[in-house]
Design a protein. Structure first.
Length: 167
């Protein structure tokens, strides 16, 4: 037993450079994989066209852009805390709500519902008409079952990152 331990310790001493190189390469690999994974977002719903998006924090958020933003909301599925939506009405635009319809600068952008597909009630964003305040935007989709600003209101501009569809 002692000779086995002695033999392995000598082998380890000889291979320390190789072991250090393997460890360095493994750490570099995990760093690269983590960096690449952190640049992509995944969309698991049908409300926005696309499943994989590349995050583009270098681009400024503007009207009609597709964005991802953090959203903690009890109506979202467990573990979901980000949303991917379109910027439908931007700071300075005129947002109007007429019944369940929402308009941006006079153009209809979406329609709210009073209940989910399963019949649970939805509270529609309480807004009549006015300029979208500075630093926020109205997020959404044209998908009738999308959960977006129709229900929870404006999204802070600083929380959004532009995303580009990959797949």
């Amino acid at each position: 037993m002692i000779s086995f331990i002695w033999f392995n310790s000598i082998k380890l001493a000889r291979d320390w450079r190789r072991s250090l190189l393997v460890l360095a390469l493994a750490l570099l690999w995990f760093d690269v994989v983590g960096e690449v994974a952190g640049r992509y977002a995944f969309n698991m719903t049908a409300s926005v066209d696309g499943k994989i998006f590349k995050m583009r924090p270098d681009l400024a958020v503007e009207k009609q852009a597709t964005v991802m933003f953090k959203r903690d909301d009890p109506l979202l599925p467990a573990g979901v805390n980000h949303m991917t939506k379109h910027v439908l009405c931007f700071s300075g635009d005129i947002l109007k709500r007429d019944g369940l319809d929402f308009y941006c600068n006079g153009e209809k952008i979406t329609r709210a519902k009073r209940a989910t597909k399963t019949g649970d009630p939805l509270r529609v964003f309480d807004w009549s008409e006015g300029q979208v305040p500075e630093g926020v935007f109205f997020a959404g989709t044209r998908h009738p079952d999308g959960y977006d600003s129709r229900y929870y209101g404006f999204v802070p501009l600083g929380s959004a990152v532009i995303v580009e569809k990959v797949l």
